[in-house]
Design a binder for this molecule. Structure first.
Ligand SMILES: [Zn+2]
Length: 227
């Protein structure tokens, strides 16, 4: 495999050719391929992350196009699942990486197989129930994960390194009950904030293969169960 296409980012000294090779050997799980997931997947694909596993259960709708930048009207007309449409687009962007699309819910029954072999988990979800599932899985299997969330014109992101940083449960004990927090359906969402937050998430996710000194210990608060 040639690294020529990555020459501009390899010229950035903290990455270099060695960092690029690590990226090429790394894999990311992208959970949800809507607005955040579109930007995450495209950015990581262009950067040369070697394998992207993309899971999303939804089919495209016209009102997705305002902010979900991987998709176009033809995808909506074809009635494609987001994961499938995303994979087709990403393969045109970078044919040298592996794309594994999965049309599925993320739930306790499949979280282990979804996390199998991945180096980082990227949050492209829109609900706390799934995020807590990701958090607990990340802690259990010692996988870094990058939380992201947007509403209206605001967003938040947090990188969680098991054993090194606070986790989602350190910030909030448990998922707020469904229906008690605003969603994009109820409060709306502007496109640009999604791109900003997801770009920051992608930057963090792509850094992980470069982090050499990650400790391999259980999380300090002892929560290691999934679901
Ligand atoms: Zn914690």
């Amino acid at each position: 495999m040639t690294l020529d296409r990555y020459v501009r980012q390899m010229r950035y000294p903290p990455l270099g050719e060695e960092g690029q090779r690590r990226l090429s050997e790394s894999s990311a799980l992208i959970v949800g391929c809507g607005a955040l997931g579109s930007v995450l997947a495209e950015t990581l694909a262009r950067a040369g992350v070697g394998k992207l596993r993309i899971v999303d259960r939804d089919f495209l709708e016209l009102n997705n196009l305002q902010r979900q930048v991987l998709y176009d009207e033809a995808d909506v007309a074809a009635g494609l699942p987001k994961a499938i449409a995303a994979a087709e687009k990403l393969r045109r962007i970078n044919s040298e990486i592996e794309i594994e699309p999965l049309v599925a819910d993320v739930e306790p029954g499949n979280i282990q197989s979804l996390c199998d072999g991945v180096d980082v988990i990227c949050d492209g979800t829109d609900n706390f129930e799934t995020r807590f599932l990701l958090n607990d899985a990340a802690l259990k299997w010692n996988i870094p994960w990058v939380y992201g969330g947007c509403i209206g014109a605001e967003g938040q992101t947090l990188t969680i390194l098991p054993g090194e940083t606070p986790c989602l449960r350190c910030l909030m004990q448990e998922a707020p009950p469904p229906g008690t927090t605003p969603t994009c359906d109820t409060a709306g969402i502007l496109g640009p904030i999604v791109n900003i937050i997801a770009s920051l998430q992608a930057c963090e996710a792509a850094q992980d293969p470069q982090r050499q000194s990650r400790r391999r210990e259980p999380h300090a608060d002892g929560r290691r169960t999934v679901g």
